[in-house]
Design a protein around this ligand. Structure first.
Ligand code: ASP
Length: 326
């Protein structure tokens, strides 16, 4: 059969079309696991469920993470976050928190006293002021100006524990002592946007005015909507030293999976101990990370850190792998 010039063009364009289709098929867009939320420690299970009341309805990650961590801030039985948190050595409960959204909007409060929900004050700093951080009395004045109530954060339980501690008065943080510390939460919503929150009462019996990593954007929390999000818990002094959460996100940007990025960040922290010839046996650090596609990972220095994950399929608590195995 004679093949006309017209037939030839039709046939070749079908072949070309099929090839183009093949190429597209060979590189399908990565499947995104969304919405999804991750939180540090075992109270993360409850916090994630609370966040899911928003995420599961197609709501915004920013609203979800704020709502999720508020649950833990308000719980007097959680002694490392918000109301009922352990005080500093002088008996003041001072709270640190920060928040970051998909547009790189940020807000933080440092050393805030008498307010139940530092994360909401951090969000107000982000949305209602020209600044990104407020501390101490200024943060308190601002919270009050936003209609928040002034309360006593030192519960009878925490007061008693502090008075017992005063008998020796030694500052010796123990690793994983309450099996939970700061709550860091990172989420990816149905629209594919990431946000994160981090809130804590800091290290129990710290010096007055001490700030750790938790309210420091880049250290305790970082979100980059093109890449992923990460948050940290544990001894804040060590996380600040390597700008931990930013480091994890940048490692993800350079191609590492969330798991490998967390592992590398913990190795960097260990290297800093080696450099200073410092003993790390009483130090814990944990990172969790979430990518733009909903892939996640976590890693810590010593055994004992866990984190909670919730997505459309399940809600679970996972023991993070750790570096120091001996
Ligand atoms: N990172 C917190 C701080 O250093 C405490 C913790 O997460 O255990 O204040």
């Amino acid at each position: 059969m004679k093949v006309t010039r017209r037939d030839f063009f039709i046939k070749s364009s079908i072949v070309t079309g099929a090839l183009a289709l093949d190429i597209n098929c060979a590189q399908p867009a990565a499947k995104v696991n969304k919405p999804i939320v991750l939180s540090t420690w075992n109270f993360g299970i409850r916090a994630n469920k609370e966040a899911w009341t928003i995420l599961g309805q197609g709501g915004k990650a920013l609203d979800a993470i704020e709502k999720g961590v508020r649950l833990i801030e308000a719980d007097p039985n959680e002694h490392s976050v918000g109301y009922g948190g352990r005080p500093d050595r002088d008996g003041h409960v001072t709270l640190d928190a920060c928040i970051m959204d998909e547009k790189a909007n940020i807000g933080a409060v440092l050393c805030l006293e008498h307010i139940m929900h530092p994360i909401t004050v951090a969000r107000k700093v982000m949305e209602e002021t020209p600044h990104v951080m407020l501390s101490g009395e200024g943060a308190l004045d601002f919270a009050l100006s936003q209609g928040m109530e002034k309360i006593n954060l030192l519960t009878p339980d925490s007061e008693k524990a502090w008075k017992d501690w005063l008998e020796k008065g030694e500052y010796k943080p123990k690793v994983n002592v309450e099996n939970h510390d700061t709550i860091g939460m990172i989420a990816l919503d149905d629209q594919g946007n990431l946000s994160g929150a981090c809130t804590t009462s800091g290290m129990a019996y710290k010096m007055r005015g001490r700030i750790g990593d938790s309210p420091i954007i880049g250290a305790g929390l970082y979100v980059d909507n093109e890449v992923g999000a990460a948050t940290a818990t544990g001894h804040g002094e060590e996380v600040v030293r390597v700008v931990g959460s930013f480091l994890v996100v940048e490692l993800m940007r350079s191609g590492l999976s969330p798991q490998k990025a967390c592992e590398e960040a913990v190795v960097r922290i260990k290297q800093k101990f080696d450099l200073r010839q410092a003993d790390l046996k009483d130090t814990q650090i944990g990172f969790i990370a979430l990518s733009k596609t909903g892939e996640y990972g976590a890693y810590c220095l010593q055994k004992g850190f866990n984190f909670a994950v919730q997505d459309k399929v399940e809600s679970k608590l996972i023991d993070a792998d750790y570096l120091i195995k001996t």
